[in-house]
Design a protein around this ligand. Sequence first.
Ligand code: WTA
Length: 655
Amino acid sequence: MSQQIDHLLNEDRRFAPRPEFAENAVAGPGIYDAAKADRLGFWAEQSRELLHWHKPFTNVLDWTSPPFAKWFDDGQLNVAYNCLDRHVEAGNGDRVAIHFEGEPGDSRSITYAELTDEVKRVANVLQSFGVGQGDRVAIYLPMIPEAIASLLAVARLGAAHSVVFGGFSADSLRARIDDAGAKVVITADGGYRKGKPSALKPAVDQALSDRGEGEQATVEKVLVVKRTEQDVEWTEGRDVWWNDVVPDASADHEAEAFDAENPLFILYTSGTTGKPKGILHTSGGYLTQAAFTHRNVFDLHPESDVYWCTADIGWITGHSYVAYGPLANGATQVLYEGTPDFPNPGRWWDVIEKYGVTIFYTAPTAVRSFMKQGREIPQQRDLSSLRLLGSVGEPINPEAWMWFRDVIGGSVSPVVDTWWQTETGAIMISALPGVTETKPGSAQVAMPGISIDVVDEKGEAVGNDAGGLLVVTEPWPSMLRGIWGDPDRFVETYWKMFQDKGYYFAGDGARLDEDGDIWLLGRVDDVMNVSGHRLSTAEIESSLVAHEATAEAAVVGANDETTGQAVVAFVILKESFLKEHSAEGLANTLRTWVGEQIGPIARPRDVYIVGELPKTRSGKIMRRLLRDVAEGREVGDTQTLADTAVMSVISAQVR
Ligand code: WTA
């Protein structure tokens, strides 16, 4: 990390907001100046405007013992009341909160009034299990409305939830339940994936069984939603069917006010190495920034928009932009249970057409897999309702960005590339669609009220047209409040690096272009050093994807006797190209292409044409495993991969 990241790739396409869009946009140009003039005052105003405070706050930020922040800490609110009851009280009870689309094709639309009642019933059931402020509830559910109702019911009681993604194994579930000391688990018999019921309850049973000596299970009750009608094993006295108790529970439940800093949830980050970190978020600051960013970045007009975020509730994006942000803003949204390609590769586009989705938020990995299948599939559907597109999770290569805008967005929908993390809780960097001239591939500018910089390893700003490390220089409302049970690791991981400056270190490389716009370059651990030049994986991957034959690419640095490290690329070709060209010919073409596009220094030593790339369950490429292949080592720990078989296929293809 001793040098700056060299900047090589050029991108000069620009898209100004269309006047029709800008005219009606939620966020106007004045917003940046307002935030700059009085940052804390700006956040206080947003919070008062967007949320209902049972007891108004007078303090905004307490940063007297960094890095432990408190926001709005003398105020009190109820997060669930903010997401539900107040919309009903304001006369919007008949507005649809959730259009649910099950994978088998079942669907239901749930209004704010109905969802409010459901959450009150679930809250009463949980209360009867003894859940209250200070407790933790683990949630292990498919993408069904009951998942959202569960989160909100836990929040309503002032307890904290810990959602575990349904794709995680019994062992991962066990580790997370134990670390959080959960009192109750909410799960389902199963969910639907690729046309088949897949079981969830057995993993819970396994996670709660076989305690070693002295090991105490904290879980007292397991609440089980019936979704697939699969047979399940039953532990009498512990297990309770949701469908037996929730419908009969009372729909009267008073939302009590809790302190702004009351814990709202723990979410474990599945880092590529080491024990998962339980990222802790609290109530008032988190909800303020989730609601603010959701409204302004997605230009939400709650009366008319139909919003769809494809993220699973098990990830932070599902927390902030499926559950809390949209509901706090009274949005109507689509919730889809299954995979993008079942029963046909155009299922997502069918969903957009069916519900008239206007705002669509997804991940680059999804966009690239649609690119691979070809534009014919989305073009067979009517996607004209879309007016805004968003991307999150990885750098989106300029070509994927352009494809998204043109093919899905009909060449008119702005694309906002949003950078943030589980730790930041909400969007930190993004264009504002009615204000910012967008640039394909760049996440662009810090949100109003957020202070971001790119620095060298001493914490000095690198300035425009240079690369370095991304930092957040001032505390922000939805920042993580710690790592559950491990304050030292919290300090060590995020704050030690720039301790004297008080900067938060995000772990990502970034560069500022001549205009000061931010380009994310991937995790710092993935940066390569070729003949003394620091190269980012993201830029070379973007160059590869810019070639018409490429659908997706991953680049790693492999040890090399002459250059220190050499660039090694793993490339997935578009299906149409694979039919007509030899893989070997294309590999050479791509090497030359990168050399011409970026410069000879970036030309890959090897280009391997592969069928798949190793990805985590949330779709991030695991370059560490590809590095093992590129250096001819045995492939390391593949536990966090979505598909553990993929590495043997890749190794075979490379050999
Ligand atoms: C990466 C997801 C480039 C980044 C919300 C970050 C991105 C990590 C972007 C956090 C983006 C997320 N451009 N990279 N727009 N968004 N990342 O915790 O490396 O699952 O540090 O949160 O994803 O991933 P997490």
